[in-house]
Design a protein around this ligand. Structure first.
Ligand code: SF4
Ligand code: SF4
Length: 253
């Protein structure tokens, strides 16, 4: 639970462990099994000298109560309680820059291991994952509805207060400026570029087949419902388009 002295990560991710009942051993084992059984696990963890080079070069360790060395040690020693605890807060501090992977003398990728732990946190519907990912629901909706994560018209003063005085730049006549770009698919402010219907349908299939939508359903069922309805509509549109094309082909014969 966030307190007056909570770190910035705690304020966003909360600290559900502190007041939660003990986690059953079976659950801890299931979580570790999911991390360890991922195909990437053996490529990203080969042992650990406990040298701390990864932590010394990690930007997240500089600002947060987070250490890639600690994460690797927890996994290497199969410290199930420690792994679970780290998944409540610490793993969300990593910036995924992979400086650690470039430096580790053992060829480990602490950042890659953090990614596996994050995916497992989502799979197990942990509160920390829900809290951290909640602000991204708007981006997800935009991605599904337009094929782009971010559009020029999303960059507003309200959403980027940390830009400070530089925010005046986004108050420029965006529509006019975008019209000046000599690429027609970029002459819009509602999307970063236009994604055609066929590409969108293909993206839906990829998200379904790779389990992205299933993960979303576990994290945010309401957003999942909205997105599913939207995808159904788009797929109907695509079917109608194909039927129309077929009919035209028939007429031409
Ligand atoms: S993960 Fe690599 S760099 Fe980090 S402590 Fe272990 S051996 Fe050293
Ligand atoms: S990938 Fe994560 S753990 Fe590795 S150096 Fe970057 S922030 Fe640190």
């Amino acid at each position: 639970m966030a307190t007056a002295h909570a770190t910035r990560v705690q304020q966003r991710a909360g600290d559900p462990v502190s007041e939660a009942p003990p986690v059953p051993r079976e659950k801890l084992e299931a979580i570790f099994r999911d991390i360890q059984s991922d195909l990437r696990f053996d490529h990203e963890l080969h042992g650990c000298l406990n040298c701390g080079i990864c932590t010394a070069t990690c930007p997240a360790a500089h600002y947060y109560d987070f250490s890639p060395r600690e994460i690797v040690q927890l996994l290497w020693t199969e410290n199930l309680e420690g792994i679970y605890d780290a998944m409540q807060e610490k793993i969300w501090a990593c910036a995924q820059c992979y400086t650690c992977a470039a430096r580790c003398p053992f060829g480990n990728s602490p950042g890659g291991l953090v990614m596996l732990m994050r995916e497992t946190a989502i799979k197990h519907r942990m509160e920390s994952a829900k809290n951290v990912l909640r602000p991204f629901s708007r981006v997800m909706l935009k991605l599904v509805s337009t094929g782009n994560q971010l559009a020029p018209d999303m960059i507003t003063k309200d959403h980027f207060p940390d830009w400070g005085p530089r925010i005046s730049k986004v108050e420029a006549p965006l529509k006019l400026l975008r019209q000046a770009i000599p690429v027609p698919t970029l002459n819009t402010t509602a999307t970063a570029w236009e994604v055609n219907l066929r590409t969108s349908i293909e993206l839906y299939t990829i998200w379904e087949e790779t389990g992205v939508l299933e993960q979303l359903e576990g994290i945010d069922p309401n957003l999942f419902d909205v997105i599913s309805d939207f995808m159904d509509e788009k797929r109907e549109e695509w079917e109608d388009f194909l039927a129309e094309q077929q009919a035209r082909g028939g007429d031409d014969e």
